[in-house]
Design a protein around this ligand. Sequence first.
Ligand SMILES: Cc1cc2nc3c(=O)[nH]c(=O)nc-3n(C[C@H](O)[C@H](O)[C@H](O)COP(=O)(O)OP(=O)(O)OC[C@H]3O[C@@H](n4cnc5c(N)ncnc54)[C@H](O)[C@@H]3O)c2cc1C
Length: 462
Amino acid sequence: MHVKALVIGGGLSGLAAAIRLARFHDGILLLEKHSRPGGLNSYYYRNNRLIETGLHAITNYAAKTDKKAPLNRLLRQLKIKRDRIGFQQQIRSEICFQGQESLFFSNDFEEFLDEIQAKFHQQAQSFARLVSYIDSFNPFTRSPFLSARQIISGYIGNPLLVDMLLCPLFYYGSSWEDDMDFKQFVIMFRSIYQEGMFRPAGTIKDLLDYLVSHLQNLGGSIRYQAGVKRILTKNNTATGVILSSGEEISCDFLISTIGSEETTDILGGEKKQSADRRLGFVENIFLTRSQEQDLLPSDKTCIFFNTADTFRFQKPTNYVDLTSGVICLPYNFHNRSAADDFIEVRTTHLANYGLWNKVSDDKTAYLSLKKETAVLSCAQAESIIGKFSPGIIFQDSFTPLTIKRFTGKIEGAIYGSPNKVNDGDIGFDNLFLAGTDQGFLGIVGAMLSGVSMVNMHILPKI
Ligand SMILES: Cc1cc2nc3c(=O)[nH]c(=O)nc-3n(C[C@H](O)[C@H](O)[C@H](O)COP(=O)(O)OP(=O)(O)OC[C@H]3O[C@@H](n4cnc5c(N)ncnc54)[C@H](O)[C@@H]3O)c2cc1C
């Protein structure tokens, strides 16, 4: 079988890349090793309930009138009508450093400026200068790693405010410990604080179903349970792939969205012992009886918290670091209500892949550690948002091992390698990288990555 272009990986970057290609050409095939699309952002069923795997909130909210906003550009490039998504905006979110300070932000940046003015009065002017610098900064140029922490600290003299500003950006997209590249910081500052957060109406399944049918209506195809075992090459050209089933498919162009080292592995490249310190996470999902809703905040969507004296965003020395994380209340979006019989609470913390991996040989020990982690995480969340455990009817947790098993990401690192390949060029004439390791993170970031790598490398040549 021969196709014009193959896209490896049916996550959001792969779906976006395939749709963009299918708008202009026949013979576009998306290969996904699982039986469902979505990758990190997918869903599963338990007791006939649909459970979302990844979604808290999507960054980069933009009003319809803001034609230049990344979200609207993305929708235009994919020929997706805004009404098809149904935007439900966050109510507001909180950065809560317990016993120290708390800052609220919403989709109205003025509210955040007011919060800084009220709670960090002496830093308000410096913050305004930082915002002007961010506004004038072009994050899409090639440059070596610039420490965001160092640059922000040059403006803001209060270390607590520096940590508070960084906390949500780390949790929603840093693959570095305690710092991030300033280019990435600028992209995420705009997408979280200046633009804001939303979720699509319905479930992630509704969005994924729509993206898949859109791809198919444009003439593209998707194949599930089609894991790529090997990318075939001749000199600097990729000629096709061999699937795990042994089937061979040749192609003219190829995009891989599975990660840079993961792609090198299936290119048959030399296996390097990964020297990076990749960051793993544990995600807990609690479904609790809707009666508990009255006891929980009704005006907070996500709470980015820290309970330690010093905020650490590091690979923990234990299985999980409960001192910081994110609590998400997915029913707290405008125009969204909880299901009739339950509400959902999600918690995220940093986790140590190596330790979870060691214990996984003993299934009983692994499962009991997962349960224990969920209990501790629930208690930590309750100390911040109020009690909900008496009504819990279902709970589940993903460790970095779960993420590795389902997406193939090395060490289950959601945000991939700290070494990004910003131009997607991995040394081939017709094979390029998109997705997490290209450097645009999160759901909108992953989709923009798929579109921009296709625009930059394939559409001009195909
Ligand atoms: C718990 C959790 C919470 C999150 N919360 C949010 C959030 O609230 N907001 C937000 O914006 N982002 C969130 N994210 C991050 C977001 O989901 C990801 O950044 C984004 O979905 C990455 O998309 P991707 O396409 O680059 O990668 P992936 O989703 O990893 O897609 C890669 C795909 O490739 C497939 N694959 C791997 N190897 C092969 C192979 N050899 N052959 C064929 N297919 C292969 C995998 O199965 C996978 O489907 C969250 C993620 C997680 C895990």
